[in-house]
Design a protein around this ligand. Sequence first.
Ligand code: FE
Length: 185
Amino acid sequence: MPDVNEVIELLRRRGDSEYGGEAVTQMEHALQAAALAESEGASPELIAAALLHDVGHLLHDLPDDAPDIGTDDHHEASAGNYLRQMFPESVCAPVRMHVAAKRFLCAVDDRYMAALSRPSQVSLELQGGPMSPGEVEAFRRDPHHEDAVRLRRWDDEAKVAGLVTPSLDHFARYVRQAAAGEVPS
Ligand code: FE
């Protein structure tokens, strides 16, 4: 069974890979998402989720431009399955739901869809496009949907080339707290 140190090492080892056509690496993207979560006073679990939401891209060897050739790596599902071995649902659910949250926001907010980066628009089609009204309703019934939407918005913002953030070691403590189920201090 993988442990918390392994997931941090995975990010450290593979984090220099490209983030699907965006201007940042996987590591920069993860750190920026976690920094946004921290700056908004999110729980350790949600900060950990922000940091780890894209580890699914690091668990396989598909090229980072896979969406451009019509391949969806289903990274939200693989990350959810992987993280479930170490973390509570408060971490795993927002990660598993971060693609659904994009499809949800596209269905309920026209401006959101228009503002998506190009790679995100390309992958949206592969991911099923905007949610149907029935899907929107089901999504809203999920107890983790608000956390998933918060994570999604940080995800979308975490693409700023050259932005300085705290280090992986800084955020690793939230990951350890979240895995141990500790009460936030
Ligand atoms: Fe992301």
